[in-house]
Design a protein around this ligand. Structure first.
Ligand code: UGY
Ligand code: MN
Length: 249
């Protein structure tokens, strides 16, 4: 506990930085033997939800609300996913995408910590709904971001019109940076999974490190550079591929 009430956490109209000492756990409704930390939600102006799910032994997740799609990334521990008649074992680095209204069971016998992104699915006329996807980030190949081999990007979900979201893992070598200050219509929810850096958010620069979560509203100017001696890695969500004059979800 900081004796003067100092925190790196910030809540602004166009971004939020939420650091682990600020986390407040609460039960996740209808989840068994689990609690959660809601980190990003429509209550702060976001079009999606990002939360940490802390699943204890013999735990089970509740289904998302109708019309809501879910992406799960395993930070620690193990869980099992039953979907479409098959079972997947997910350990650290494992992930799954569950389309809206797709029956599934996510459970853990030994416990795990998950990052979960949820959003209302926005259908695209003439395009069928996406299918479930599961994988391990460790087996996905990374590509240089805009030609920079020191900024390597893994795209965890297919780049296909049925998907209205992307979830990517970005790894920056020490000293590497985003090649420009991005300003774009897409929103982000981000988890620092390794290392340290400086994040520019709007007109402010913030030191960030493992465990920090960032929300970036549409059009929030953003830039990052990795500092320290180890690579910096972050997992991030973005909404993609839908008409900007359509639903804002
Ligand atoms: O995909 C992105 O928009 C990504 N380059 N943004 C970011 O890392 N802040
Ligand atoms: Mn971006």
């Amino acid at each position: 506990m900081d004796p003067f009430g100092f925190t790196r956490s910030r809540i602004r109209p166009s971004y939020a930085l939420i650091t682990p000492p600020s986390h407040v756990e609460a039960p996740l409704p209808n989840w068994l033997n689990s609690s959660g930390v809601i980190l990003i939600s429509p209550r702060m102006g976001a079009g999606f939800c990002q939360f940490a799910a802390l699943m204890g032994p013999e735990s089970a997740a509740a289904a998302p609300a109708p019309g809501i799609e879910r992406f799960v990334f395993v930070e620690q521990g193990r869980c099992t996913l039953d979907v479409a008649g098959s079972r997947e074992d997910l350990a650290q680095g494992g992930f799954t995408f569950i389309p809206a209204d797709c029956e599934h069971m996510l459970a853990s016998t030994e416990g795990c910590r998950l990052t979960v992104f949820e959003k209302p699915y926005v259908p695209l006329a003439g395009v069928s709904a996406p299918q479930p996807v599961s994988g391990r980030e460790q087996t996905i190949s990374a590509e240089p971001f805009m030609g920079d081999p020191d900024a390597m990007l893994k795209t965890l979900l297919p780049d296909a019109p049925e998907f209205d979201l992307a979830v990517n893992l970005f790894e920056f070598a020490p000293g590497a940076a985003l090649p420009m200050v991005e300003v774009h219509v897409m929103e982000h929810g981000l988890l620092m999974v390794q290392g340290k850096g400086i994040y520019r958010l709007g007109d402010d620069w913030h030191p960030v490190q493992r465990g920090d979560v960032i929300w970036m509203a549409p059009f929030c100017p953003q830039w990052f550079t990795a500092v320290g001696k180890e690579p910096a890695r972050y997992l991030y969500y973005k909404d993609v591929g839908r008409d900007p004059l359509g639903s804002s979800a």
